[in-house]
Write a new protein. Structure first.
Length: 317
């Protein structure tokens, strides 16, 4: 297992943006190896920050770090930040035997609303300013979750793979982590009271968002961009399971139905079945087509989706 520690500091005088501590965990939960990694070479600055904050010598072996350090999921670094900006140390420790790390990109604002965006890859450097702008203009904290095993963590049950093999169907394991350590520690670190949560996903994570809203009472709104509702048995399952969310947004590429794979080509029909089920259950449902196929300008599509569920109004044609 890799545990990723990400520090983001808002003070312009502290230019460390991404520094990671990777821990290799053995099957028995013991730390096997550890190593620092950093993007911009500012290792000493990061070392001093950690030393100062935890009041431990930086040369301390990871296996000897205090338990309270290892138990923490989020720690704020206000002493290194300007007013209104926060730095976070994300230490994600999991006992669920998911052998990969999660990466979080976070943009904050003074709001009790928070939107979790589940993506296949972490944001590029130039996309972080987009996340900051979204948080500011929509008055909602934004958390991008990436680093998942896409075909394992987001699939609700086992099903044949698109080409070979099968989908592992471990979404319940990821949902337990999301609803447990991850949401609780993110929101407590941001000091959010009476939280209002939203979730946005693409492809399999769009499927996951709708499924998760039927499994846990967590999210007020769900946005699905080209959600994988072709997934075997999903529309039938949804017809017998109520969602706790109130607002839904769906979009698909107008050419997705022309795909060569029959399962993928059924996404438009299956999405409309999902929408009908939710509408018949009194949910507020919005839909729009995007130009192109499944692979389009992702950030643009996500932005429209998030705006729709946060503003709870139909997206202009």
């Amino acid at each position: 297992m890799t545990i990723e520690v990400t520090v983001k500091l808002g003070d312009a005088s502290v230019s460390v943006e991404n520094a990671t501590l990777e821990l290799l965990i053995g099957d028995n939960g013991a730390i096997v190896a550890a190593g620092w990694a950093y993007d911009n070479g500012m290792a000493n600055m990061f070392y001093r920050a950690v030393t100062n904050y935890f009041n431990v010598p930086i040369e301390t072996p990871v296996k000897d770090l205090p338990k309270q350090v290892l138990d923490m999921v989020f720690v704020q670094f206000p002493r290194f930040c300007n007013m209104g900006n926060f730095g976070y140390l994300c230490l994600y420790m999991s006992t669920s035997r998911i052998f990969h790390s999660f990466h979080l990109d976070i943009s904050t604002c003074d709001s009790n609303r928070i939107c979790y965006i589940i993506l296949p890859e972490k944001l590029k450097e130039e996309e972080r300013s987009w996340l900051d702008r979204m948080a500011e203009t929509l008055s909602a904290n934004m958390v991008v979750v990436s680093g998942l095993d896409w075909e394992t963590d987001l699939t609700p049950w086992k099903a044949p793979g698109l080409k070979t093999g099968e989908f592992a169907g471990k979404a319940q394991v990821f949902l337990d982590i999301l609803a447990g350590d991850l949401l609780v520690n993110v929101e407590s670190s941001l000091r959010i009271n009476k939280v209002r949560r939203f979730i946005c996903g693409v492809s399999l994570s769009g499927l996951f968002g709708v499924w998760a809203s039927c499994r846990r009472d967590l999210f007020e709104g769900v946005a699905s961009v080209s959600g994988s509702f072709w997934y075997d048995g999903f529309t039938e399952w949804l017809s017998t399971h109520a969602s706790s969310a109130e607002t839904f947004y769906f979009s698909i590429g107008e050419k997705e139905k022309d795909g060569k794979n029959p399962r993928l080509a059924s996404v438009e029909d299956e999405t409309k079945k999902v929408m009908d089920t939710l509408s018949n259950n009194g949910k507020k449902v919005f839909f729009e087509y995007n130009e192109g196929n499944h692979f389009g300008p992702l950030i643009e599509r996500i932005e429209k989706a998030i705006k729709a569920i946060l503003m709870a109004q139909e997206v202009p044609a």
